[in-house]
Ligand binder design. Structure first.
Ligand code: AN0
Ligand code: CP
Length: 318
């Protein structure tokens, strides 16, 4: 593996999950793989889990790790080519990226959707510049349209907790006061469509996701109907994808907040969310604190998904 930006890069998904479960048995088994290799993690946006779990994964593999928070202490970066740089940006990504590449062996990039320019976001302008100009293997730590380290961890978590061979997994939209990207639901859909699960998406009208990720999965606009008999309830907010409302909040309907009323119609489902989560907007205290809530083990599996990805990148570079 040379780049990790979406589910396809993992190849056989069943095999990837088996590899993850094996890595989890002994996360230090490949300690020599990363010897004298440097991992650089570049953040254009905030992070708690991705920052810590990916750094930990690198350390498990014996790598040295460096973190750059672009918006704290680095020069302000211009991202568009051709502009006269007479504003507040001191440096262009086109220099910054190869410079960063010269100091490391692998680069992780977090760069969220701006939610203003759909083409800029969905062409993955920033991430693709890293792939093109860094000269090093690049992996996504949540890009404009995808969060494949999260979705891989989600799939590992479902595999560990499923009680039937083919569980029913429901991705439900939930309200949030600020506009959020579609990256997490996009990748979750992408992974679930390739996994052996009965996958259903539910959201208010107007929140339809990009068909390249939905890939014909069942969309049920009645949330309660969608949740009936679910084994896993995966909650997430996202802003509108479709024009002319790209990046906008179309609903703050709190009847979509996942509560006991919702969980009662499921098959005693496990509750999942990628975190960070706003309590009593996305999910009630009662549900997130219940024994069926997987949010903590799910976050813990981020270390494992990152370790498998880094391991595969290091193996390919050998
Ligand atoms: C981000 C998002 O929704 O994409 C990161 C989630 C992992 N969430 C927030 O900005 C709150
Ligand atoms: N789930 C996730 O990616 O969390 P962070 O934004 O804290 O990294």
């Amino acid at each position: 593996m040379n780049t990790y930006t979406n589910v396809k890069d993992l190849g056989d998904l069943h095999q990837a999950v088996q590899e993850a479960l094996q890595v989890k048995q002994d996360r230090f088994a490949y300690k020599s793989l990363g010897e004298n290799k440097t991992l650089l993690m570049v953040f254009f946006n905030s992070s708690l889990r991705t920052r810590l779990s990916t750094q930990k994964a690198g350390m498990n593999l014996g790598m040295n790790t460096m973190v750059l928070d672009v918006n704290q202490g680095a020069w302000k970066l211009e991202t568009e080519r051709g502009v006269v740089m007479d504003g507040d940006k001191s440096e262009h990504l086109l220099e910054a990226i190869p410079v960063m590449g010269s100091y490391c062996d692998v680069i992780g990039v977090r760069s969220f959707a701006g939610l203003h320019d759909k083409a800029f976001d969905y062409e993955e302008t920033i991430l693709n510049q890293f792939i093109r100009y860094s000269g090093k293997p690049v992996f996504s730590m949540e890009s404009a349209t995808a969060h494949p380290l999260q979705a891989f961890a989600d799939l590992i978590t479902i595999e560990e907790h499923k009680r039937t061979a083919r569980p029913k997994v429901v991705l439900t939209w939930a309200p949030h006061p600020r506009a959020l990207p579609q990256a997490v639901p996009n990748s979750f859909a992408d992974f679930m469509n390739e996994a052996d699960v009965d996958f259903v998406i539910t959201h208010p009208k107007g929140y339809e996701l990009d068909e390249r990720f939905v890939r014909g999965a069942r969309v049920e606009y009645d949330q309660m109907k969608a949740l009936e008999g679910a084994d896993f309830v995966y909650a997430k907010n996202w802003s509108a994808y479709r024009d002319p409302h790209y990046g906008q909040i179309l609903s703050t309907d709190r009847s979509w907040t996942v509560s006991k009323r919702h969980m009662d119609v499921t098959n005693n489902a496990c509750f999942m969310h990628c975190l960070p989560v706003r309590r009593n907007m996305i999910v009630t205290d009662e549900v997130i604190e219940s024994p069926r809530s997987l949010v903590i083990p799910e976050a813990a599996n981020r270390e494992i998904s990152a370790e498998v990805v880094l391991k595969r990148i290091l193996e390919e570079a050998k």
